[in-house]
Design a binder for this molecule. Structure first.
Ligand code: NAP
Length: 467
């Protein structure tokens, strides 16, 4: 018998308001056989997670996906509680008191470490910090990066590394057309960066960046993308693979990278070197403890038992003189209070989204995960739609079998009273929409898509003054 035979309202809490959280909402609202009432929480006043604070400011088209989220948020059974932090303003016990279903969609907020000497020197940063800084994330607005350096190394060749390289290579005129944070625009206008090195530990065929992203590097106004002919040459295993099966996308990627190794007249002022088969083994500091170089070892590829190609160090090394290093080797999830967490993988213990107790291997009733905190930091925004679909399928199955929570206080007014008491300054979706309008208006004055508010106090004051 269905738990919801009288179409009783099922209360759902979603922690995290990025794409995965919104797609979970969308899937739930589409299940007409159930009557869901959803509250979404975020520790920031602003919703949309990495669409606001991760997607590069020069990729405005990607950001237009927020229109879909606005539509989902316009459902009368949806409420947003911004500036409400799980573990601080609201606990797992509170959630269990108020909701039938709890979904964690908190993403992956930190980064992986290289574990090499010198990683903590002044001038060695994570890409996640730099990305959050130039995107105006309130927690990162006071970070400083020494852009008086002429040479910068970025470790990793994923799409995040490419974003960082592009932002460092863009001209003032190019950046002026974006919604990059004001302070970052000012700092980048004064930047002395002339050479950027993207460092891949495997070959070009194994590079994680996607074709449109690497093609874009060839179209920068004032920077040349450069590869070395000997480093873009295909390894024997990949050549063999391509002889046996057609992989058009890989062939295209290699073509693009090869085109960057052609002799060109260097008329642009910046150089963006895309290097392969090199691994950092040490970041070298000067007497003041700041980065002065990065030591690289040359790699060769070998095939593992499972068929994948891994890098193996040779005895050839080189020292690259750089004053700034960004490691961009993948994001990592952060544990949440009272939620089973897999430290090594950086994800919540789960099976298809159902949160699992690692000791009993049983589902923790009523608790689910979706997005990067469920599967790890992979895929593009749209990948989260499928991922959330899988989680919602499990939720619906569990509703049918009666294995969800039975909250003592499911009335939405009770939860609102609790939040008003614990965090009276919380932001609603209406507050966000007003802030959004104000940012766009400020942008219009400067011919930019928007000018972001980057401090929480300014966000609160702007909306308060306005209401
Ligand atoms: P990623 O795609 O997983 O790339 C990580 C990179 O770091 C890989 O090149 C990896 O090399 C390298 N790496 C890992 N450990 C290393 C080590 N110890 N030393 C040297 N290199 C190391 O991660 P990401 O760039 O952070 O991106 C995360 C996700 O967001 C991806 O799915 C990405 O496509 C997506 N994203 C998409 C866009 C877009 O669509 N425009 C923009 C940004 C991000 P190996 O392959 O050898 O491990």
């Amino acid at each position: 018998m269905s738990q919801n035979e009288n179409n009783k309202q099922l209360r759902v809490a979603i922690i995290g308001s990025g794409p995965a959280g919104f797609y979970a909402c969308e899937h739930l609202f589409k299940r007409n056989e159930h009557n869901f009432s959803i509250d979404m929480f975020d520790k920031l006043p602003t919703p949309h997670g990495l669409v606001r604070s991760g997607v590069a400011p020069d990729h405005q088209k990607i950001k237009s996906v927020t229109r879909v989220y606005d539509k989902i948020a316009s459902n009368e059974n949806f409420r947003f509680f911004g500036l409400v932090e799980y573990g601080k303003h609201i606990t797992i016990d509170d959630l269990k008191r108020h909701y039938h279903i709890i979904i964690f969609a908190t993403g992956a907020q930190t980064d992986r470490k290289m574990n090499i000497p010198g990683e903590n020197l002044e001038g060695s940063h994570t890409a996640t910090e730099f990305v959050a800084w130039y995107n105006g994330h309130p927690d990162y607005k006071d970070y400083r990066f020494d852009l008086s350096q002429e040479k910068v190394a970025i470790v990793g060749v994923g799409n995040v590394a490419v974003d960082v390289a592009r932002i460092l290579c863009r001209t003032e005129q190019e950046l002026m057309q974006t919604d990059i944070a004001d302070y970052a625009l000012e700092a980048l206008k004064k930047s002395k960066v002339k050479e950027v090195y993207l460092l891949g530990r495997r070959g070009p065929a194994q590079a994680a960046f996607t074709n449109p992203e690497v093609r874009e590097l060839g179209n920068l106004d004032d920077a040349h993308a450069i590869t070395r002919i000997e480093e873009v040459e295909l390894d024997e295993f990949t050549r063999e693979l391509l002889e046996n099966e057609e992989d058009r996308s890989l062939v295209k990627k290699i073509e693009i990278l090869n085109s960057y190794s052609e002799d060109i007249e260097f008329e642009k002022s910046k150089k963006l070197h895309i290097r392969f088969l090199v691994s950092p083994v040490e970041i070298i500091g000067n007497e003041e403890g700041s980065v002065k170089a990065i030591k690289l070892v040359k790699n060769e590829l070998y095939r593992t038992d499972d068929g994948s190609l891994r890098p193996r160090a040779t005895d050839e090394t080189e020292e690259l003189e750089v004053g700034l290093v960004f490691r961009s080797i993948g994001y990592h999830g952060v544990p949440l209070p009272e939620v089973p967490f897999h430290e090594k993988w950086g994800v919540i213990h789960n099976e298809k989204g159902r949160v699992i107790d690692p000791e009993t291997q049983l589902h923790v009733h009523g608790i689910y995960s979706t997005g990067w905190i469920k599967r790890g930091p992979t895929g593009v925004i749209g990948t989260n739609k499928l991922d959330s679909g899988e989680t919602v399928e499990c939720i619906v199955e569990d509703i049918e079998s009666g294995s969800i929570l039975s909250p003592e206080a499911p009335d939405p007014r009770h939860l609102a009273d609790l939040i008003n008491e614990r965090q009276p300054q919380h932001f609603s979706y209406k507050d966000w929409l007003r802030l959004n309008e104000l940012e766009i208006l400020k942008g219009e004055e400067q011919g930019r898509p928007r000018v972001k508010y980057t401090s929480i106090d300014d966000m609160l004051n702007a909306v308060k003054k306005d209401s």
